[in-house]
Design a protein around this ligand. Structure first.
Ligand code: 5GP
Ligand code: ZN
Length: 121
C-alpha cells in the first residue's frame, strides 16, 4: 500500500527499531512510548483497521497472539503484566491506518476507564 507509514516500516523503507520479525509480522519500538515497554505489532499485510479484517485474515491474526506472547516474555513483562491494544477508528484515536497492536507494560498501568466521558489506556 503506497503512502502507508507502517507498510513503509514493514518493507524497511522507513527505519524502525525492530524487536522481532518473521515472514508475516514485524514488532518495533513505538516512537513515542507511553510506558517503559511499548512496542507495536503489525502484520506485514496492509489491513487498514479491525473493520477491514476479512475471513481470510482471522487465522493470521490469531498467530499474532503467539508473537505477542513471545515478545512479552522476551521483553520481561510476561509475569508483571501488560496490555495488548488495538485502536479502531476515530473514537479510539487511531492515527495510523495500518492495523497494529500496542504491547504496553513495564509499569503499573492506569485504569482502563477513568470516568464516564474519558478514558485512559
Ligand atoms: P494509534 O493511535 O494509531 O493506535 O497508534 C499509532 C502509534 O504509532 C502511536 O503510538 C505512535 O507513537 C506510533 N508512531 C507514529 N509514527 C511512528 C513512526 O514513524 N515510527 C514508530 N516507530 N512509531 C510511530
Ligand atoms: Zn500499510
Amino acid at each position: 500500500m503506497e503512502n502507508c507509514l507502517f507498510c513503509g516500516i514493514a518493507e524497511g523503507k522507513i527505519p524502525s527499531k525492530k524487536v522481532y520479525e518473521d515472514d508475516t509480522f514485524l514488532v518495533f519500538q513505538d516512537i513515542q512510548p507511553a510506558a517503559p515497554v511499548h512496542v507495536l505489532i503489525i502484520p506485514k499485510k496492509h489491513i487498514a483497521t479491525m473493520n477491514d479484517v476479512g475471513e481470510e485474515d482471522f487465522a493470521m491474526l490469531g498467530e499474532l497472539h503467539r508473537v505477542a506472547q513471545k515478545v512479552a516474555k522476551e521483553l520481561g513483562i510476561a509475569e508483571t503484566g501488560y496490555r495488548l491494544i488495538n485502536n479502531c477508528g476515530p473514537d479510539s484515536g487511531q492515527a495510523v491506518y495500518h492495523i497494529h497492536y500496542h504491547l504496553i507494560g513495564g509499569t503499573k498501568l492506569g485504569a482502563l476507564v477513568e470516568s464516564s466521558d474519558s478514558h485512559a489506556i
